[in-house]
Design a protein around this ligand. Structure first.
Ligand code: G3P
Ligand code: CA
Length: 287
């Protein structure tokens, strides 16, 4: 009898262990940001760098346009100014998307504020200011969720006092912890978040060298992230099978083509990053 009870107990413990290790249970615990605007279809319309097909990328105009187009999330890129302020811009160098030259990190915020961020796109956006993350979060709060991508160029080995901690401070000050998701191609960011804000939703942006031939589900488990993001060019059928069988949400960038959008939604994408959130919304509404 004693032996029977002992083996039953052992069986129950083994079952609990197996359940705790199963990806599907893990996936159900994935943290997702609140979507202040949502059509509740479990799919997220993400405006890539704002509505960047129609306004200069990563600017207030592009973000406001995305809000008007009823995107459910905006995606933006964060680097640090010389004086350590999280600013919103994609490239490390200023040349492509501003009136400046040189590296973002070599200018203080007040110097960056003198640049024109819109004229390169068109004269209609002349005078567009250099946005800080704090400014953007002041109007996204309770209006739209934000995917904050930490750019590799700003990341250092130390979790403390770097770009991740400074960005977290801005997010906390704005009171939008439940409306943002962090992402990065630099996997050190996942480790830094684990230390500094373990409850913050985070997505890994697939990067080949750091991934060492691992499957998406293996990366998600290893880096304790809530979602897997990659380019539509990288998403193979093998990956789709791996992700869907483990209930891992996957978000795909950057898709402006309607038929590609439909194809990815049918494959089970949780979200798509598009420069044309209006087109993506139309596709979603007409599926
Ligand atoms: O987060 C998706 C996408 O923005 C990643 O690529 O180069 O546009 O930052 P990139
Ligand atoms: Ca980005």
């Amino acid at each position: 009898m004693l032996l029977f009870i002992k083996s039953m107990r052992c069986g129950v413990l083994l079952l609990i262990y197996a359940l705790l290790n199963s990806y599907s249970l893990f996936a159900q615990m994935n943290k997702i940001p609140q979507l202040p605007v949502s059509d509740n279809d479990r799919f997220t319309i993400i405006a890539h760098r704002g509505a960047s097909a129609y306004a200069p990328e990563n600017t207030h105009s592009a973000f406001r346009m995305a809000i008007e187009m009823k995107a459910e999330m905006i995606e933006l890129d964060v680097l640090l100014s010389k004086d350590g302020i999280p600013v919103v811009i994609h490239d490390e160098k200023l040349k492509r998307t501003s009136s400046g030259k040189g590296k973002v990190h070599d200018y203080t915020l007040s110097e960056l504020k003198k640049l024109d961020m819109g004229k390169w796109f068109s004269d209609a956006f002349k005078g567009e200011p250099f946005p800080t993350l704090e400014e953007v979060l002041s109007y996204t709060k309770n209006t739209i969720a934000v995917n904050i991508e930490i750019k590799t160029e700003a990341v250092t080995d130390n979790a403390f006092d770097g770009v991740v901690e400074k960005t977290l401070n801005v997010v906390r000050k704005a009171g939008v912890e439940d409306q943002v998701v962090f992402s990065s191609f630099d996997y050190r960011v996942m480790r830094h978040l684990e230390v500094l804000a373990p409850d913050m939703p985070k997505a890994i942006l697939y990067e080949k060298r750091q991934s060492k031939r691992k499957l998406p589900s293996e990366l998600v488990k290893e880096y304790k992230v809530d979602a897997f993001n990659c380019s539509y060019k990288q998403l193979s059928d093998k990956w789709v099978k791996d992700l869907t069988s483990h209930n891992i949400p996957f978000n795909i960038y950057t898709v402006d083509d309607e038929s590609k959008m439909k194809e990815l939604i049918q494959k089970g994408a949780a979200g798509i990053f598009s420069n044309k959130p209006d087109v993506l919304r139309r596709v979603v509404e007409n599926l």
